[in-house]
Design a protein. Structure first.
Length: 515
C-alpha cells in the first residue's frame, strides 16, 4: 500500500510513478496516443454533466470535451443529480469569475458529502482555473478529483477511468500546456445553442503578453489550426443547416497557418502598432482564412472574436467590400484611451494609432458598427487617464462595450511589478461613467436606423411575452419582430428584412417586410 508521502501530488516535478495510477498521486503530462479499440469502452456506464463558465472559447472547448468523452463510451445527461461525473469548465480572466466557480465547486462538495462513498460523483475541473490553480484544487481546497488544463482534454477519459476504478480518494491531473495542440482533428458535439450559429475555434493561446492578462499562462503559446480543417468543419456546419459561424481565438486575427511548411516574410503591422515579441514567419493569414470561409456559401454569415487592433491589415478590411456575408460589425478592443495606460498595459499602440485604424475602417465601410472592451482602474490610472478614455469612447462612437473593473491576476506582469492602487469604489464609478458614455453614442447611432430596413438572421422566439421573434442585424444589434401575417412560418435560420420602427440603446424593433 502506498504511503502518504507516495500518494501526495508532487509540487516540484514528476517522477516515473506519477505516470501510473499509484494511490492518490496520479500526475499525467505529455502527449496522449490516438484512441485504440480498447479505449472505446473506457466510459461505459459512466454519465457526465458539464457546466461552462466564461468566454465563447470555453463553450467551444466544452463541445470538444463532449466529442472526446462520447467517443469513449461516456454518456452526457442534462440532470446533474443523475450524473456520476460532474464537470465544470472554468474561467480565470477575472476574480469574480473564479469566485463564482469556486462557489459552484463548494456546492458540489457539500452534495458529495451527503452521499454514501460508493455513490459520490467524481468532480472534474477543466479549463483556465485548472491550469492556474493546478493541484491546489485537489490537495488544499479539496474541491476536485480530476483537474485537466485546456491542452490536455484528450487525456480526460483515461484520467476519469483511473479515479473511477481506483481506490477511494484517488486523484488525477494533467495540466501540461502544449506548443502544438489545436484539436484540429476533432469534430465538436454541439448539443446546445440555437442550431443557427456555431462557434468554431481556429487557434489557441496568445503571445501578446498584455501586462494585465492571464491568458498566456492558462492557454499557452499561440498556435493555429490548418486552414483546410477549419474549412472542412464549417462546410459540414453549412450542410447541417447552420447559417452563421463565429471564428474564435484569444487573438483571432493573428491566425497564422504554417502547417503546410510554407512561410513567407515575417508578419508586419500597421504604422503605429507593435508587439513585445518578434513577428513570426507568415503562413496563411487570417485574411486568407476569412476569404476561404466566406466562399463556402454566400448565405453563411461569418463573424469572429476576439481580435487585436494590431492585426487588421488593409487586405482584411478590403474583404468586407468583396464578401457581403461579412456583417458590418467589428469588435475592436480598446482597453484604455490613455497613452500612458496603454503603454503600461503593453497594448502596442497609442490612441492616435487606434483612431487612425478606426478612420481607415470607416473610410472603407461608412456604416460600420464597432464594439469594444475597456478596463477601468488599471494600475496608476488617474482621473486624467480616465477622461482620455471617456473622450475617445465618445469620438469613436462605439455601439456596445464590455467594461470591466481591473482585477489583478496572479502571475501577470502587472501583479508582479505594478501596484493595484486605484480604489474599488473609484473603479466602479469610472466603469459606470464609461457605460453611460458609450450608451449615449450607441442610442444616437441606433436611432438613425429607425425607418430603415435591416437584414436579420432569425434565431428563434424571443424572451418577451408578446410572441415576437428575435435575431441579429448586420450590425450585430438584437432585433425583435413579429411574424409576417402573409408568411407566418418564419423559422430560425432564415434571413428576414425587418422595417425598423423603434430603437433603444442596444435593440431594434420592427416588422418583417419580406425575405
Amino acid at each position: 500500500m502506498a504511503t502518504s508521502s507516495e500518494r501526495r501530488i508532487p509540487n516540484d516535478g514528476l517522477e516515473m510513478k506519477d505516470f501510473f495510477p499509484v494511490g492518490r498521486g496520479v500526475g499525467v503530462r505529455g502527449p496522449v496516443a490516438e484512441v485504440n479499440p480498447g479505449e472505446r469502452d473506457l466510459g461505459r456506464g459512466a454519465t457526465y454533466h458539464i457546466e461552462t463558465y466564461g468566454c465563447q472559447m470555453n463553450v467551444a472547448d466544452s463541445e470538444l470535451v463532449r466529442s472526446i468523452l462520447n467517443d469513449r463510451g461516456f454518456s452526457e445527461v442534462q440532470d446533474r443529480d443523475t450524473a456520476n461525473i460532474l464537470m465544470v469548465n472554468t474561467c480565470s480572466i477575472r476574480d469574480k469569475a473564479e469566485r463564482k466557480v469556486l462557489s459552484k465547486l463548494s456546492s458540489f462538495r457539500k452534495q458529495k458529502l451527503r452521499l454514501r462513498k460508493d455513490r459520490r460523483p467524481i468532480v472534474c475541473v477543466l479549463g483556465c482555473m485548472a491550469e492556474r490553480l493546478k493541484t491546489k484544487l485537489l490537495e488544499e481546497m479539496l474541491l476536485a478529483d480530476v483537474v485537466v488544463g485546456p491542452d490536455a482534454y484528450r487525456d480526460l477519459p483515461r484520467l476519469l477511468s483511473i479515479v473511477r476504478d481506483g481506490d477511494s480518494g484517488a486523484k488525477a491531473y494533467n495540466v501540461q500546456l502544449s506548443l502544438d495542440e489545436t484539436y484540429a482533428d476533432l469534430r465538436p458535439v454541439r448539443t446546445s445553442g440555437n442550431g443557427v450559429s456555431a462557434f468554431v475555434s481556429i487557434m489557441r493561446g496568445c503571445a501578446n503578453m498584455c501586462t494585465y492578462c492571464i491568458v498566456p499562462f492558462t492557454r499557452g503559446r499561440e498556435r493555429s489550426r490548418p486552414l483546410e480543417s477549419i474549412v472542412d468543419e464549417i462546410t459540414g456546419l453549412v450542410e447541417a443547416g447552420y447559417k452563421e459561424v463565429v471564428l474564435l481565438g484569444q487573438n483571432v486575427n493573428s491566425y497564422n497557418d504554417i502547417s503546410s511548411g510554407q512561410s513567407n516574410m515575417s508578419m508586419t503591422y500597421a504604422p503605429g502598432f507593435k508587439t513585445v515579441y518578434r513577428p513570426p514567419k507568415s503562413g496563411r493569414t487570417f485574411s486568407d482564412l476569412v476569404d476561404a470561409v466566406c466562399r463556402i456559401s454566400k448565405d453563411l454569415r461569418v463573424r469572429y472574436t476576439s481580435p487585436h487592433p494590431k492585426d487588421f491589415p488593409q487586405d482584411l478590411i478590403e474583404l468586407y467590400k468583396t464578401h457581403r456575408n461579412l456583417p458590418r460589425h467589428i469588435h475592436l478592443p480598446l482597453q484604455s484611451g490613455s497613452d500612458e495606460i496603454l503603454e503600461r498595459m503593453r497594448r502596442g499602440y497609442t490612441r492616435k494609432a487606434f483612431l487612425e485604424l478606426v478612420m481607415q475602417m470607416r473610410s472603407a465601410l461608412p456604416d460600420l458598427a464597432l464594439s469594444t472592451d475597456i478596463i477601468t482602474g488599471f494600475c496608476g490610472e488617474s482621473e486624467s487617464d480616465h477622461e482620455d478614455t471617456m473622450r475617445l469612447v465618445k469620438q469613436v462612437e462605439f455601439e456596445s462595450a464590455f467594461v470591466f473593473a481591473y482585477s489583478q491576476r496572479e502571475k501577470t506582469f502587472a501583479a508582479r511589478h505594478l501596484e493595484d492602487d486605484v480604489p474599488h469604489e473609484t473603479k466602479i464609478r469610472r466603469l459606470q461613467e464609461i457605460g453611460e458614455a458609450w450608451k449615449d453614442t450607441a442610442f444616437s447611432r441606433n436611432s438613425k436606423r429607425v425607418g430603415t430596413v435591416q437584414r436579420v438572421l432569425v434565431e428563434g422566439k424571443s424572451d418577451l411575452k408578446d410572441g415576437s421573434l428575435t435575431g441579429r442585424s448586420e450590425f450585430n444589434t438584437r432585433a425583435f419582430f413579429h411574424s409576417d401575417p402573409s408568411d407566418p412560418e418564419i423559422r430560425p435560420g432564415q434571413f428576414v428584412n425587418v422595417q425598423v420602427d423603434r430603437a433603444t440603446t442596444t435593440t431594434l424593433f420592427g416588422q418583417p417586410v419580406g425575405a
